[in-house]
Design a protein around this ligand. Structure first.
Ligand SMILES: Cc1cc2nc3c(=O)[nH]c(=O)nc-3n(C[C@H](O)[C@H](O)[C@H](O)COP(=O)(O)OP(=O)(O)OC[C@H]3O[C@@H](n4cnc5c(N)ncnc54)[C@H](O)[C@@H]3O)c2cc1C
Length: 477
């Protein structure tokens, strides 16, 4: 069975309440079923969203008024950004009002001296990247959904992506926040400070809280100097162990200029080539591949030379079987696309059972070896569509249906396969949710892995900030 959560139904919203909402948000309350549809779609089709009302406020003050009304009527609320999340966190299935942040989308300020951007929560990630770029700065968060996910959603799910190795995830990138609290108060913590030791880090409570503590309405985020040089290579590797040695070598030889180090299994590259009309740049098959990106803002750096000497050294040490270094930015982009197309290729290749796990980087080989032996024994013929951000220990340990099985029959094994993979990751000091969050998808399972102390503290925090359980009920905790 696919993982499913259970819910307590709340009473349906009454018309008088909806009329009061419309008075607060003229023209910004959606109840028409045709218009509701796009807010109710769930990326993976695992959960059904059933909201009767979506509101689309244009500023924190208006949102706060609507939240006060919901609190008065004990109506639960679900924050929603781009609705691209992969764990059902933005789904409404308990009679909640969906609060879309799409109209709060301005980049208010880029400060190239402080290296910060002040941005509204509904700003599309790619728009923030472009605004930073126009000021010769870099906002380094980059992920497959960047054309539609929002900065607020990235903060709420503490998004990571390919650049975490160098720049950290959203928690490291966020300096200040503005939040509408579950009772309608507004907390202004928009401090553009790199150092601020003035009490508990409230900001960090909301980063990664998946909409369960309040609405992020604006943020101050870190920027970096825009890299002058970017170089990409694609390597064939004999083993995962070799990948880790190559990662260390590349970090040491480049003065830590590695901004992405992405692993792909043989099957991953094979389906990318088969289903997304892309070609492997290497002629021979290999058990593993790595896409490596170096970048630097130092004018004198010659990344081509650094790659050349590093890969020669790696070849002599038998860490790589073959490699190609991009000869242009365009070719580098194509190499990156091989890795970025893997989720799309997997969708087209049939049923998928996915695991977003992390383990300490040094434990990745043992994790993959043991998990693969156990899964292959459980289901002979299963395909290993394993890929991930190896530089930060995050492995998307994904599996594709055997050729002789239907999608439905395969997906019926989801829970059983989780029960093989997740305990193994945990036993190696890992996590069952490296970057996508808990949402509805893992909320039941995670409780089995949290200590009573950890679960207790999480519940006490939730109770203190949201005593009526109005914010995204049933998710994460
Ligand atoms: C193709 C693809 C590739 C991806 N690759 C990566 C990757 O490499 N690394 C990675 O970390 N993630 C990845 N993701 C997941 C990605 O991090 C999330 O999809 C994204 O961050 C969610 O942003 P969103 O605006 O769509 O939020 P939504 O999906 O709308 O919401 C996500 C969660 O945040 C809450 N939320 C949204 N906005 C707010 C707000 N303003 N205030 C409070 N709570 C809010 C919602 O209630 C929900 O719980 C990928 C997703 C896709 C579809």
């Amino acid at each position: 069975m696919k993982p499913q959560a259970t819910f307590e139904a709340t009473p349906p919203l009454d018309d008088a309440f909806i009329e009061r909402l419309k008075a607060i948000l003229p023209g910004a309350v959606i109840t028409d079923s045709g218009q509701l549809e796009s807010y109710l779609i769930e990326e993976r089709g695992l959960f059904t969203s059933t909201a009767r009302v979506v509101i689309v406020p244009d500023c924190a003050e208006t949102l706060a008024k609507a939240v006060r009304l919901c609190a008065e009527h004990r109506v639960p609320m679900v924050p929603q950004g781009g609705n691209t999340g992969l764990v059902g966190g933005a789904v409404a299935n308990q009679g909640e009002v969906v609060v879309s942040m799409r109209r709060m989308r301005a980049v208010r300020n880029i400060d190239p001296v402080n290296f910060t951007a002040t941005v509204e929560a509904g700003c599309i990630l790619a728009d923030l990247q472009n605004a930073a770029d126009a000021e010769s700065c870099l906002f380094p968060l980059s992920l497959g959904a960047e054309g539609s996910c929002t900065v607020g959603g990235n903060i709420a799910s503490n998004a990571g992506g390919m650049g975490v190795l160098r720049y950290g995830n959203m928690r490291e990138l966020t300096l200040g926040l503005e939040v509408v609290l579950p009772d309608g108060r507004i907390w202004n913590g928009m401090r553009p400070l790199y150092k601020d030791n003035s009490g508990y880090s409230l900001k960090n409570l909301f980063v990664g809280s998946e909409g369960t503590l309040g609405f992020v309405t604006a943020a101050v985020v870190k920027l970096f100097p825009k890299p002058r040089h970017v170089q990409t290579a694609f390597c064939a590797l004999p083993s995962v162990e070799a990948a880790l040695e190559l990662l260390s070598l590349a970090r040491r030889n480049s003065g830590d200029a590695v901004t992405a180090f992405e692993l792909m299994s043989e099957f991953s590259l094979e389906i990318v080539c088969r289903h997304t009309d892309r070609d492997s740049p290497l002629s021979e098959p290999a058990p593993w591949f790595a896409m490596i990106e170096l970048s630097s803002s130092r004018p004198q750096d010659n990344l081509q030379e650094i790659f050349q000497s590093t890969l020669e050294e790696a070849f002599k040490a038998e860490l790589i079987l073959d490699a190609v270094i991009a000869s242009s930015l365009e070719q580098g982009h194509k190499l990156r696309q091989l890795r970025e197309s893997t989720p799309e290729a997997q969708k087209r290749a049939g049923g998928s059972i996915k695991h977003d796990v992390s383990v300490p980087v040094s434990s990745i080989p043992v994790f993959i070896e043991r998990a693969s032996a156990a899964v292959a024994e459980y289901m002979p013929g299963i395909h290993f569509c394993v890929f991930g951000h190896v530089g930060d220990g995050n492995v998307h340990y994904n599996l594709t249906q055997p050729d002789d099985m239907t999608k439905e029959a395969f997906l019926a094994h989801w829970g059983a396969v989780n029960d093989i993979v997740h305990p193994l990751a945990m036993s190696l000091g890992g996590s069952i949710s490296a970057e996508h969050g808990i949402g509805l998808l893992k909320v039941s399972e995670i409780k089995g892995y949290r200590s009573p102390e950890e679960q207790g503290l999480l519940c006490e925090i939730k109770q203190a900030v949201d005593p009526d359980n109005l914010m995204n009920p049933g998710k994460m905790i």
